[in-house]
Structures are given as C-alpha cells and as structure tokens.
Write a protein that binds this ligand. Structure first.
Ligand code: ADP
Length: 337
C-alpha cells in the first residue's frame, strides 16, 4: 500500500516538476527570442563560435540565429537530462517524506495485530468452555467452575478493552485533559487502602513512606490514580507471597517523586528497555495474566504530566519504578511548592 502511494506521488511530483522546468525553458527561449535575438544582430558584430556544433559557414549566419540555436540545444539537453533525473529525485524525496508515515503505519498494523490476537485468545477459551458445558450434562460444581473460569476470561476482555479505549481516547482527546491540584499523599493512601485486601490474601507486606512535606502536583487525578493502580497491580502480580511492596513519596521545590519498590521476580536488563512498549510481555511473565499494556499506559500518563519514569531491577531480587513529576507545568506560572 505504501509502495503504491510512493509510486503515485513520484509520478505526480515528476509530472509537476517536468511541466515547471519545461515551461521555464520555453519561457526563457521565447523571451530571448523576442527581446534579445533581433536587437543583438543589429547592435553587435561579434559572432561567438558555437560550443556544441560546427556551422558550415557561421560568418554568414546572423548573430541571433547562432545564439538561439545554441540556446535551443542547451535547453533541449537540459530538459532531456531532467526527464531522467527528476523521477529519481522525486522517488528519493517521496521516500523521505513518507518515512514517518510508513513507520506510523507499521506501528498501527502491529498494534491491531497484537490487539486482535489478545482479544481472540480469551474469546476462544470462552467459546471452548461454553461448548464443553453444552456438550454433556455437568455436575453443579463443574458448572460453577466453568462459570468462574469464563468470568476470568471476561475480566481479561474488559481489562483489555479499557486499555485499548485509553489509547484511542488519548489520541482523540489528548488536548482536553483537565488538570487541577492533586494531593499525591491522599491519592497514594487511597490506592494503598484498596490494595490492602489483596496484600492480605497474597501475604505480602505493603507499606507507605510519606514525604515530610505535602506533595501536590498540577495534574489529572483520575490518570494519576490509574498510573498508581497499574504499577501496584504489577508489583502484586510479580511478587511472591511473603514479599514486600513499598511506596515512597518525596518532593523538593520543583519535583515530586513516587517510588514503587517490590521484592518480586525482577526484570532482566534487556527486557527493561522494552517494558514500556505496547504489548510487550517478558518471557518470564507469560504465565501471568497481562496484555503488556499496563506500563505503556503508565508511560503515556507520565508523559502527559511532563514527567519521567525509570526502572531499576535485578532478576530474582525485585524492581523499583521511580516517577518524577514537575510541580508546575511548563508554560504555566503556577508553582505549587
Ligand atoms: P502486563 O499487563 O503484562 O503486566 P505491563 O505493560 O504492565 O504488562 O508490563 C510489561 C512487562 O513488564 C510485564 O510482562 C513484565 O514482564 C514486566 N514487569 C512490569 N512490572 C514488573 C514488576 N514489578 N516486576 C517484574 N516484572 C515486571
């Protein structure tokens, strides 16, 4: 599809450039003919020797004819050369112009392929389970198990759909996100509260180290909540029972810093470079439920807040995600220190 577009654009550009240069040549020739040709012959007696061809008796030819012959030859040669060069130059130019579009197109194709694959897997499992339930009569317990497993797949579908909606919303309404003063301490306390039951079930120690000063940023509360949820969700997903998850908040006059540390499986050095890519799932975590969208959403939210996210991790020992968000937005006078 992109190659076809490049060919069409090359033909169009070549046509436009050739028409332009040919018209220019014609104009130059016509102008020289009108304003220079006849006057030159009457005013000057000098007859330059032709650079390109030998005339049998050039001394008898009027000066204007020699000049016009010369000019015609030069213009014809230039126009013929352009006939070969312009398509090549147009091809190179369109290639360069289309490169960002090609990259975006390939990314989009990859995104749709990954999204369809992730949507299809739970649907296939769901279909198989329903077919199994309908095939032969099951006991009540078997039906309950089937329903439980079907619900898990539906939860995965809902989670994936929400993540996909986030990306589509972000693309269409990115400029309309509402910002206000958000107290990060309150937000973290609220999130920790909602993860406490899970910490109890998984026997994981969950602790919070608040900052010594109030940590207020200029941001979008709902996005920041989602960011914390995704990071805590991952920390719980990849930390074994008896492990530890800690959230630390700190701030100085310009930046607020959130750290989420866990004692989980950790992330290898090579995976650390890709974990923020959409649909990336490390081989070590394939058994866990996840679509590889959580951290790319977190990264997008951090970007929206003009912040930075970094990860330090060691396999088998745990991970530490650090987010820094400026207290004031660029281009605003509002300082919230
Ligand atoms: P997923 O939904 O699969 O967790 P994410 O985008 O949230 O997708 O994470 C991408 C990958 O990064 C995960 O598949 C996992 O391998 C790795 N990862 C993220 N957070 C952690 C963590 N706290 N500990 C270990 N690995 C992690």
């Amino acid at each position: 599809m992109m190659d076809q577009a490049q060919i069409k654009l090359t033909v169009l550009y070549s046509f436009i450039f050739l028409i332009f240069f040919w018209s220019l040549s014609f104009g130059v020739y016509a102008w020289m003919n009108t304003f220079f040709g006849d006057q030159a012959v009457s005013r000057f007696e000098i007859r330059p020797k032709s650079l390109f061809f030998e005339t049998s008796d050039s001394s008898k030819e009027p000066f204007s004819d020699v000049v016009m012959d010369e000019l015609r030859t030069v213009l014809l040669m230039a126009d013929t050369t352009l006939l070969f060069f312009i398509p090549v130059i147009s091809w190179i130019l369109t290639g360069k112009t289309l490169q960002p579009v090609k990259t975006a197109h390939n990314k989009e194709q990859q995104f749709f392929a990954d999204a369809s694959h992730d949507l299809k897997t739970p649907l296939t499992i769901l279909k198989g389970e329903i077919e199994l339930g309908l095939k032969k009569r099951q006991t009540v317990n078997q039906y309950i198990n089937l329903l439980k497993s079907s619900k898990e797949e539906i939860d995965r579908l809902v989670d994936l759909t929400e993540s996909l909606m986030f990306f589509s919303k972000d693309q269409s309404e990115g400029q309309n996100i509402l910002f206000s003063e958000v107290d990060l301490t309150d937000l973290v306390i609220e999130r920790i509260g909602s993860f406490k039951p899970l910490a109890k079930t998984k026997k994981i120690k969950l602790s919070f180290h608040p900052a010594l000063i109030s940590v207020v940023v200029f941001g979008n509360a709902s996005l920041l909540r989602r960011m914390l949820t995704n990071l805590l969700d991952n920390a719980f997903k990849y930390t074994s029972p008896n492990g530890q998850i800690t959230v630390k908040l700190s701030a100085d006059s310009n930046l607020s810093k959130i750290m989420i540390l866990d004692t989980g499986i950790g992330i290898s050095k090579q995976d650390q470079e890709r974990i923020f890519d959409r649909f990336f799932v490390a081989d070590s975590s394939r058994s866990k439920s996840g679509h590889g969208l959580g951290l790319s959403i977190v990264k997008k939210i951090v970007d929206i807040h003009h912040g930075k996210i970094t990860v330090e991790s060691e396999t088998g020992r745990g991970s530490a995600f650090t987010i820094t968000i400026p207290k004031f937005m660029p281009n605003t006078e509002k300082n919230l220190s």
